[in-house]
Design a protein around this ligand. Structure first.
Ligand SMILES: C[S@@+](CC[C@H](N)C(=O)[O-])C[C@H]1O[C@@H](n2cnc3c(N)ncnc32)[C@H](O)[C@@H]1O
Length: 525
């Protein structure tokens, strides 16, 4: 436990503390911080973080790296030390200690700071939840099971047996009950690679088109791919060999033939434009024209008829499977999705506390490292419904999310986001880049999954479709207003040029969310 400060605060930064019979004046260190935070002593709490100027709402005020301990290290050493009062359980079971200011935020039942764990960068991001005046203490919510007597009156009068509200308070180690609360633990503990049978998944996946409907060219779902015309067919074999060695030959296009002969022209399929927004570099010793993008079928043909329909776009492999069968999912994928669902619930709860509708749209960093690399989504993004605070009818969570993604994409360069992964774009790529953009490689949500607290309204479903989102999970169905199966099903409409998968999360949500997601059933989310 950190030192007990029992004396009177002399000024903002000092307090007289009595420890083991001696009395001394304690001074908070000067903290170099440009985001408006500084450390002060408070009677009965020890150190705390305070606003050194007025802070706006939704301001990122601190990013704290975390130090991670294995459960063994913690069991053998950590839990017998002062660290026990600062460590908490990281998502993968390790114990985490926030560095920087992170460990100095005190607890409040009415916090003015929320935080999100970022496993990718092993850090915690702290954001203000309202306007904070200069001199106010910045507090987070630790959870309901405190191991100390809070000084704040509202905290001291809390009910001990109140269930965790899931707001996202740090669940401190030793809080076994809180750890056991995950309603899906029975499903999610185990081997990451193991396939979870469809009927055990905690969500229901909607079937958007009948296998028979695939037989129509108008029902074929496509995605953009880079192709190049081969002027001299004798180079085809050399190019196929080069393609194998180039790394462009990714599994996502394995259902397509590599070469198309059409109207006397031979064309080579290079790579997915969704995964490689830039035009691929071609071998310099073979005369070739500029690569360009073309819409090709997204999946194999399930029937002979579908094969004919798909061949009008690009020759496609025939791979019959059981009718209605969906891509199998592994436990790792389901756990990743559940993490996102928990974030959505916790953010909806925070939104409600701020006086907004508890409607949230969230895009996590992709599970698949290849997709993460190609989409360059290196940190999760969230959109909140802000219709209440802005009195603006269009500030739906999904629209705000799409805007956030656009802002993220508009950052000067990828290098600014993560210097280690970004390669400079070749200057010759600019026209191909523009072409790729027109053909769909650069749509805002290409290859990404959106997690939504509520089934999106028709406008938002259309925005998701237009952004080329890969799939959507929603937690609460909106039968009167929903555009993904409620009053309409936008991705199922005839003639739309993109379809996204839809799943409704059915297990664990009510246990975790309680009434946190409740909205009027006529609300368009
Ligand atoms: C993560 S630390 C926060 C920083 C701590 N005050 C310090 O000086 O190092 C958690 C400890 O701070 C104290 N603390 C946090 N919030 C408090 C509150 N509302 N009332 C009293 N003590 C609090 C408790 O002693 C708790 O064990």
């Amino acid at each position: 436990m950190q030192s007990t400060s029992t004396g009177n605060a002399k000024d903002n930064d000092t307090v007289t503390s009595k420890q083991e019979g001696s009395s001394s004046v304690r001074r908070a260190p000067y903290h170099l911080n440009s985001t408006g935070c500084h450390i002060r002593y408070i009677e009965g709490k020890g150190r705390g973080v305070f606003a050194s100027r007025q802070l706006p709402r939704n301001e990122l005020i601190e990013v704290s790296p975390v130090l991670l301990f294995t459960p063994e290290e913690y069991e053998a050493h950590g839990k017998y030390t002062v660290l026990d009062h600062y460590t908490f359980k990281w998502r993968d079971g390790r114990m985490a200690l926030a560095l920087g200011l992170g460990s100095l935020f005190n607890h409040s039942r009415t916090p003015n700071v929320s935080y999100t764990l970022d496993p990718d960068t092993e850090s915690i991001r702290y954001t203000t939840t309202r306007v904070i005046e200069e001199g106010e203490e910045l507090c987070i919510f630790y959870g309901h099971k405190l191991w100390f007597e809070p000084t704040d009156i509202e905290d001291a009068t809390r009910e001990d047996d109140e269930p965790d509200d899931g707001w996202g308070g740090l669940s401190l180690v030793g809080n076994e009950e809180a750890e056991d609360e995950d309603p899906l633990a029975f499903l999610l503990d185990g081997d990451d690679e193991e396939i979870i049978p469809e009927d055990q998944l905690p969500f229901v996946r909607m079937k958007l088109i009948d296998d028979e409907a695939e037989d129509e060219p108008s029902a074929v779902i496509t995605e953009p791919a880079w192709v190049v015309d081969i002027s001299e067919p004798r180079h085809t074999n050399t190019l196929l060999k080069w393609l194998k060695q180039s790394g462009l030959d990714t599994p996502s296009l394995a259902h397509l033939k590599r070469v198309r002969k059409h109207d006397g022209k031979t064309t080579l399929l290079l790579t997915s434009a969704a995964l490689s927004p830039e035009a691929p570099a071609l071998p310099s010793d073979i005369p070739l024209s500029e690569p360009y993008t073309l819409d090709v079928p997204k999946g194999p043909a399930l029937t002979q008829e579908a094969m004919k329909a798909k061949a009008t776009f690009w020759p496609t492999i025939y791979a019959p499977r059981k009718k209605g069968e969906l891509e199998p999912l592994t436990r790792g994928q389901v756990r990743w999705a559940w993490d996102a669902v928990r974030t959505v619930i916790s953010e909806a709860r925070t939104a409600k506390k701020r006086g907004e509708l508890p409607i949230v749209a969230h895009v996590p960093v992709p599970y698949d490292p290849e997709v993460k690399e190609s989409t360059q989504l290196l940190s999760p993004l969230t959109g909140y419904d802000t219709r209440q605070s802005t009195s603006h009818p269009l500030r739906h969570a999904v629209l705000n999310l799409v805007r956030n993604v656009a802002d993220y994409r508009a950052q000067p360069t990828d290098a600014a986001r993560e210097p280690t992964t970004a390669a400079p774009a070749p200057s010759s790529a600019s026209s191909a880049d523009a072409e790729a953009s027109r053909n769909g490689a650069h749509y805002l949500l290409t290859s990404l999954t959106a997690f939504l607290s509520h089934e999106p309204c028709i406008m938002c479903s259309m925005a998701l479709l237009h952004s080329r989102v890969k799939e959507v999970f929603y937690l609460r169905a909106m039968d009167q207003t929903g555009g993904c199966g409620g009053c309409a099903c936008v991705p199922k409409l005839e003639g739309v040029n993109h379809r996204f998968a839809v799943a409704r999360w059915t297990q664990g949500v009510d246990a975790l969310a309680g009434d946190a997601l409740d909205v009027d059933e006529a609300t368009d989310a």
